[in-house]
Write a protein that binds this ligand. Structure first.
Ligand SMILES: [Zn+2]
Length: 285
């Protein structure tokens, strides 16, 4: 059987696309997050993607990734381990020796020709190790200021032509730019261009799955609108970690450390379960 048919990440995304729900792809920064996320998936009977920034590899020399992979293997629902925004060949070479099911080869900081060339090379490198890949056509803007002026934003949005060019690199998933930004949105909140997204979706034509980046502050209705539009992978960060941070702010130093940790895990699990219900992955595993 070809490896792509058995890769956990791809199986999770294919099922989400086929049955039209969104899989939560949550960033984990520590072991409480990993435990809370896995607990939520198991309780909600939901598939899950646990993802890391390259930071997690650096700070723990890969230990956090191996820990998550171990938790995924022991879980009673499908869970895959993904590396978000790997932006250098060095980090990707390091990551392919860790138990990742998928890696985001993000060369979007290069000009397009170089971006496409490097993406194709690094996708092949990941695939040699039977690791699936994601890439970013266009360029997702980030930063504290949130939504920028339309002229600046338009230049970075994903075009149908770019979808075609990136599909040709052999990636399995694309993170399109259609008004979504990293970090916080401005006072107007997120303003997504669903018409553009539909064109991207049509062009992707089930050859690649679509991932939504930049969901901080999204209301449940907007998440559901994205799922209905055909997003299979929903990247979340603060949407599942906000209550955990509030808990730390309110209780650090006031309760025993063991209690702080256990309640922190529960905070992550509760918000994640809520997200799984909103994106309708609950009950699908
Ligand atoms: Zn992102």
């Amino acid at each position: 059987m070809p490896w792509k048919a058995t890769n956990t990440h791809l199986r999770i995304l294919h099922d989400a696309e086929k049955r039209q729900y969104g899989v939560i792809a949550a960033i984990a920064y520590n072991i409480e997050h990993i435990l809370g996320l896995v607990k939520a998936a198991s309780q909600a009977r939901s598939p899950l993607i646990i993802q890391f920034f390259p930071w997690a590899i650096e700070v723990s020399d890969g230990l956090l990734v191996r820990t998550a992979a171990d938790a995924a293997k022991r879980a009673d629902v499908p869970i895959s381990i993904h590396l978000d925004h790997a932006q250098s060949e060095d980090i990707i070479r390091r990551a392919v020796d860790l138990p990742f099911d998928s890696i985001m080869v993000d060369m979007s900081h290069y000009e397009k020709e170089e971006n496409l060339r490097k993406t194709a090379e690094l996708v092949a490198l990941c695939n040699e190790k039977h690791i699936a890949t994601e890439a970013e056509p266009g360029r997702i803007e980030g930063g504290e200021d949130g939504v920028m002026d339309t002229a600046g934003l338009e230049a970075c949005m994903t075009t149908a032509e770019e979808v075609e060019e990136f599909v040709a690199t052999g990636v399995d998933a694309l993170a399109p730019v259609f008004g979504n930004v990293h970090g916080e949105y401005g006072p107007l909140g997120p303003r997504l261009d669903f018409k553009r997204f539909q064109e991207i979706k049509m062009r992707a034509a089930k050859r690649v799955r679509l991932a939504l980046h930049g969901t901080n502050g999204f209301k449940p209705e907007l998440l559901q609108q994205c799922v209905r539009a055909g997003v299979a992978k929903i990247n979340v960060n603060k949407l599942v970690l906000d209550d955990y941070y509030d808990h730390l702010h309110s209780n650090t130093g006031k309760v025993p450390h063991t209690q702080l940790i256990e309640e922190g895990i529960e905070k992550v699990a509760q918000l994640t379960r809520k997200c799984m219900e909103i994106c309708e992955s609950a009950g699908k595993a």
